[in-house]
Ligand binder design. Structure first.
Ligand code: ZN
Length: 234
């Protein structure tokens, strides 16, 4: 019994073990960001319920439409948070495969390569590995979602005049993560049996994008064929 107590206290107070656990937790924190909660208080929660209900019906084309009488900015805000969470989860399953060694640049097939610039700290675009690019990109989106002057949390707080422009930039950047996943990691997605889930998330994302004109056509070029198969059958 005494031996067991000693063993237990060794585990509790072993500094190396504590250090390891801290590093492990921090590593996971970077890989899996906490899910963002819905903005705009109770109004946001109400719109969230509407999204769940319409998605449950299986009709994505209906699910993306602005519900009658609702505010467009509120609708864009709630959905932007949702799409950010979806991409975060999808990419999170690939982090052990999307490494600086495997993906030296943020590419979307042989013809497209993205360089990172946020226009504030990094003005001249820099070439970084895909995981670094995605880290910059998701950090940037998170900072926009956390900025209450852009995504107000309180009911009735005004949205900034450039709100749609910010949303458009967020969507343009989220699209690049999809483009990289489809071009560089699709086989892995298939082996993880996530193909149907990825396709449904992307279809929802693209239908929403088209409904509100959020991404320029030339930006969509790397996944044009997949997009056509989503849009044309309707
Ligand atoms: Zn990759």
């Amino acid at each position: 019994m005494k031996f067991l107590v000693i063993q237990f206290s060794w585990i509790l107070f072993n500094p190396l073990l504590i250090l390891y656990l801290t590093l492990f937790c921090n590593r996971n924190q970077r890989t899996f960001r906490p899910k963002k909660s819905t903005p705009s208080g109770s109004k946001g929660a109400q719109l969230r319920k509407h999204i769940d209900a319409t998605l449950g019906s299986g009709n994505l084309r209906e699910a993306v439409k602005l519900p009658p009488g609702e505010d467009l900015n509120e609708w864009l805000a709630v959905n932007t948070v949702d799409f950010f969470n979806q991409v975060n989860l999808l990419y999170g399953t690939l982090t052990e495969f999307c490494t600086p060694e495997n993906c030296r640049t943020m590419s979307a097939g042989p013809k497209y390569e993205y360089r990172w610039a946020d226009g504030v700290q990094i003005k001249k675009p820099i070439e970084v590995s895909a995981p670094k690019y995605v880290e910059y990109l998701m950090d940037w989106i998170e900072s926009q979602l956390d900025d209450e002057s852009i995504f107000p949390q309180k009911l009735g707080s005004p949205f900034p005049p450039n709100f749609k422009e910010v949303v458009k930039t967020i969507f343009k950047r989220l699209f690049r993560v999809y483009a990289h996943i489809y071009h560089s990691h699709f086989q892995k997605i298939v082996s993880l049996k996530e193909e149907a889930h990825l396709n449904t998330c992307f279809k929802h994302f693209i239908l929403f994008t088209c409904e509100f004109g959020l991404i320029d056509k030339k930006e969509l070029a790397p996944l044009q064929e997949i997009i056509e198969t989503i849009i044309i059958p309707y």
